[in-house]
Design a binder for this molecule. Structure first.
Ligand SMILES: Cc1cc2nc3c(=O)[nH]c(=O)nc-3n(C[C@H](O)[C@H](O)[C@H](O)COP(=O)(O)OP(=O)(O)OC[C@H]3O[C@@H](n4cnc5c(N)ncnc54)[C@H](O)[C@@H]3O)c2cc1C
Length: 506
């Protein structure tokens, strides 16, 4: 199991990292003397653990929070926050690159100062780390322990030699990058999300292995920063979970960016020669070799379930799917719950947050909140971004639900035309002959913002008829949603209704 030691910020004297570490793992931290008994002990201080600890303490519970590395977990330190910070620069680069079509001029040779991009990112990470800080937790009354948690029985665990007894516990230990079994990869050295944000120099040539959200977001960003980037994806399209036309738009965007796209391609061997990494690829039976300076893997995430002595606590788990939970997020030990990446298929910060809130209600207040009741949107922050909520058509069909889809291409949305951001679409699926929204995919530059309106509609039971009545500010890209709702309304004009109207108007 990987257990990263906190990086040494004094090595680089980076002000951002010094501030972040002072917030999320202070060097001189001393664990407190444990209380006799805790109402809730939380293992892992990523999003799920922090949300649960703050919420439970605010409601008056005696809470202990255990973290073996950095408060804030993946999202703050090596996930959403640093990736979105550098993606912003990559958008800026693309805007400058395309400035000519907007009538603006930039120097022919736009250069991205990679070290400065990463320094900006570290500053942003430091700012956001204040929210996840040990100081805030202590002020909220949470006992914070740094160290590796291990269960000693069904109702107590140890951390750093201290014994913590609990009425309820939450496993929120997150996930870590999966290491693909490619001969020579480990020996050659490779990047994952755990170390790619430590880079201060841009690799001249980069191979990204894996075309999921992480691989796609970072391949596009690094390519725009100037790395000669190849992305190898084992499947016929990127983002295998998404609608095919959405993934195709992404492939097209990658090609426009200058990424060398290798679909249906598997990396089979890595060796080092002449200071470069030679990666053998197999694409539909054809073998080729790419020479690169760095390899970034994004081939999936595995839950952190080992090293906790879960067997001793009577908690069932699977090394690939994580801690086994029921719909109330309870494990096989009724005292112990799980939340976030450690147990969920949808590994997102907002699901870690939402699942932690369910645990607080169910564990401490006899709540009966269900995971299955959540409506979970997500977004891959490529350019264009790809966001989804609810069912895909294939899922609706598998469940025998008749579906009707309303699609509006972004080139029919005035704001997208005005912004020259026409790649994409809004696609909303409803149950046939009703306006009940089953799911939606949005591909657009701001898809991540737009999907929230559809999630709201789904959660509130608002159908397309009502969405069509909502006045959308003109011109906005979200008008694509209104247009899809208008398209639904037009289907209500059946020939019979039409002839009635005609007669009335006559
Ligand atoms: C590059 C990247 C980009 C991402 N971008 C997005 C995005 O844009 N939007 C989004 O919604 N999601 C994104 N995610 C996913 C998101 O980061 C995770 O879903 C989220 O961080 C999960 O939170 P968590 O609390 O479940 O786990 P984590 O954040 O992983 O936290 C778990 C914590 O538990 C600690 N821990 C583990 N075992 C022990 C132990 N035995 N004892 C003590 N402590 C332990 C770990 O050190 C860690 O700090 C991204 C992920 C990556 C890798």
């Amino acid at each position: 199991m990987t257990q990263r030691n906190p990086p040494d910020p004094t090595a680089t004297q980076d002000a951002g990292d010094i501030e972040r570490l002072a917030n999320v793992h202070p060097a001189r931290w001393r664990n407190p003397t444990p209380a006799d008994h805790y109402a809730l002990v939380v293992i892992g201080a990523g999003t799920a653990g922090l949300v649960a600890a703050h919420a439970a303490a605010a409601l008056g519970a005696k809470v202990a929070l255990i973290e073996r590395n950095l408060l804030g977990g993946d999202c703050l330190n090596v996930g959403c926050v640093p990736s979105k910070a550098i993606i912003r620069t990559s958008h800026l680069y693309a805007d400058m690159r395309d400035a000519g079509q907007y009538g603006a001029q930039t120097p022919a040779d736009i250069r991205v100062d990679f070290a400065a991009v990463m320094q900006r990112m570290r500053g942003i990470r430091a700012r956001i780390s204040r929210v996840d800080s040990v100081q805030r937790l202590v002020a909220a009354g949470v006992d914070v322990f740094f160290g590796q948690a291990r269960f000693g029985a069904s109702d107590w665990l140890t951390v750093d030699g201290a014994k913590l007894r609990f009425r309820k516990a939450l496993i929120a230990t997150g996930a870590r990058p999966d290491t693909p079994a490619i001969p020579g990869l480990v020996e050659a050295g490779f990047l994952t999300n755990e170390n790619v944000f430590d880079l201060t120099e841009l690799p001249r040539r980069l191979l990204v292995i894996g075309g999921g959200p992480l691989g796609c977001e970072l391949a596009q960003a690094f390519c725009r920063f100037g790395a000669q980037t190849t992305i190898a994806q084992r499947w016929p399209l990127f983002l295998p979970r998404e609608e095919r036309d959405a993934a195709q738009l992404l492939s097209d965007a990658f090609v426009r960016d200058g990424i060398e796209v290798r679909l249906n391609t598997t990396a089979v061997n890595v060796r080092v020669a002449g200071g470069q990494k030679l990666v053998d690829l197999v694409s539909e039976g054809h073998e080729s070799t790419v020479a690169v300076d760095a390899i970034l893997t994004g081939t999936g995430r595995v839950p952190n379930v080992d090293g906790l002595d879960l067997e001793i606590a009577g908690v069932e788990y699977d090394t690939t799917t994580g801690v086994r939970v029921d719909d109330f997020l309870r494990t096989s030990n009724p005292r112990i719950y799980a939340a976030g990446d450690a147990c969920l298929q949808d590994k997102f910060t907002h699901t870690a947050d939402a699942s932690a809130r369910i645990v607080v209600q169910n564990a401490l207040f006899l709540g009966r909140q269900r995971l299955s009741a959540l409506t979970i949107p997500w977004c891959t922050y490529t350019d264009p971004a790809i966001a989804h909520v609810g069912l895909y058509v294939r899922q609706a069909r598998e469940r025998g639900i008749p579906v009707k889809t309303f699609t509006v291409p972004m080139h029919e949305v005035d704001r997208a035309i005005a912004d020259s951001e026409e790649a994409g679409f809004v696609k909303i699926h409803v149950r046939e002959r009703t306006d009940r929204i089953l799911g939606a995919t949005v591909v657009a530059r701001h898809a991540g913002e737009m999907i929230n309106e559809i999630s709201l509609a789904m959660v509130a039971g608002i159908g397309l008829r009502t969405l069509a009545r909502v006045i959308h500010a003109y011109p906005t890209q979200a008008e694509g949603i209104k247009k899809a709702a208008d398209a639904y309304n037009r289907t209500r004009l059946t020939p019979a209704v039409r002839s009635l109207l005609r007669r009335w108007l006559r």
